[in-house]
Design a binder for this molecule. Structure first.
Ligand SMILES: Nc1nc2c(ncn2[C@@H]2O[C@H](COP(=O)(O)OP(=O)(O)OP(=O)(O)O)[C@@H](O)[C@H]2O)c(=O)[nH]1
Length: 390
């Protein structure tokens, strides 16, 4: 493929990417999509000027190659800015503009005007630094849900760093007369091909990122209860089974807390279903704010919640359950004064043996039944009740 054809391919890629990215931005209004739209626009501007120049048009130096070289840098800059934005880090737009102006100014210097090899030797180090910054940022990402996307982006930047460094070394050697003019042309051609490959890799990664984000958002909706935002019951089997198997493997305890709002029918009857819904949502919020990051809470029934506490023995579980119960009692008196809601709580704990989550739920349910029976607004632990009976 000759350089002109590669320019046409890059032009097509740049336009297609710009078109798709601006459509996605209009839909999602996420700033990183706008930055990447600018990156793809730099690609097609770069290619358009390249096509005119290689088709025999006599363009002034300030337009060609100064503008395509600046656009080339713009691709990396806007990609980097988009990555900063997507990973919620601050990127100063002032820096971005300063580097763009600096690149253009460098390309107007006498040294740059002297030869294309000089221009490459001046531009390549800045490109390498920008690519290394992007790779460093990607490697530091801890988001497990987007890990595959960041790996794709990292591959693209790693590939680019390798090709940029190789070309930089080869050009440096070329200056010392080791290579011929012909081999230098081959290297320029390889440079254009590298832009095509890099654009394909990064553009593919952008689309993959948008797809993953949408998938995660849908998964979030599917897994959660609409009223309270906690996990819904469909996820219960899978999560509890995984948690109990992990506890068995690590020889750890795991506790379940079942929580039911007291006399909730009265709340509905007296204040209406909307007020009832508000109480349910409030209690879910209070319970969740008392939990650790690795605990999980499910809406088990209409006004019933189930909490899974990994690596928690019976004493610690009782302590957490009591803390939630007291918090609910106190906060409902302030936040929902008409409907003074309280909760009854049942706790059960897995200690060893074959994990059976259904059995553990039944135990927590029995403890909850005892809490209701003994006057409500209290916490009971199944194992403690059994010991008392003995
Ligand atoms: N507002 C509202 N009410 C609900 C929802 N889901 C279930 N309920 C109501 O919750 C009430 C539960 O009542 P019961 O099971 O009799 O229990 P209770 O009145 O809380 O009494 P105890 O549990 O024995 O203290 C019913 O009236 C249900 O209609 C919901 O999502 N929103």
């Amino acid at each position: 493929m000759d350089i002109l054809t590669l320019n046409y391919v890059n032009l097509f890629l740049g336009i297609a990417a710009s078109f798709l990215l601006i459509l996605l931005y209009k839909q999602n209004k996420q700033l990183f999509l706008l930055y990447w739209f600018f990156a793809s626009s730099c690609l097609w501007i770069n290619s358009t000027i390249g096509i005119f120049s290689r088709s025999g048009f006599d363009l002034p130096y300030w337009l060609n190659p100064a503008i395509p070289n600046t656009c080339y840098m713009g691709i990396y800059l806007f990609l980097l800015a988009g990555l900063y934005e997507q990973t919620q880090r601050k990127f100063k737009v002032g820096w971005l503009l300063a580097i763009v102006i600096l690149t253009y100014a460098i390309n107007l210097t006498e040294l740059a005007q002297a030869s294309s090899a000089n221009r490459l030797l001046l531009n390549l180090p800045i490109s390498i630094v920008l690519n290394v910054m992007a790779l460093r940022l990607l490697i530091r990402q801890k988001n497990r849900e987007l890990r595959a996307v960041y790996i794709c982006f990292s591959m693209a930047f790693l590939f680019n760093i390798i090709q940029l460094c190789s070309r930089y070394i080869l050009f440096s050697l070329d200056l010392s007369g080791i290579f011929t003019q012909h081999s230098s042309q081959i290297m320029i051609g390889l440079g254009y091909f590298a832009i095509t490959a890099f654009s394909l890799l990064t553009f593919g990664s952008c689309l993959y990122l948008v797809y993953r984000q949408q998938h995660i958002a849908l998964q979030h909706i599917a897994d959660r209860d609409a009223l309270t935002g906690v996990f819904n019951r469909w996820l219960l089997n899978e999560k509890l089974q995984t948690e109990l198997q992990r506890s068995q493997r690590l020889k750890q305890c795991c506790s379940l807390v079942m929580l039911d709002i007291d006399h909730f029918k009265q709340v509905n009857d007296l204040y209406g279903h909307v007020a009832g819904d508000r109480v349910i949502a409030h209690i879910a919020y209070v319970a969740q704010s008392e939990l650790r990051g690795y605990d999980s809470i499910f809406r088990y029934g209409g006004e019933e919640f189930l909490i899974c506490l990994p690596n928690t023995d019976s004493q610690a579980a009782l302590h957490i359950a009591e803390r939630i119960r007291i918090q609910v009692e106190q906060s409902c008196a302030i936040d929902c004064p008409q409907a003074k809601a309280t909760v009854s709580v049942g706790v059960s704990t897995y200690t060893d043996g074959e994990p059976d989550w259904q059995h553990l739920i039944t135990q927590a349910d029995n403890a909850l039944y005892q809490a209701k029976k003994q006057g409500r607004n209290q916490t009971q632990h199944y194992q403690h009740l059994v010991t008392q009976d003995l």
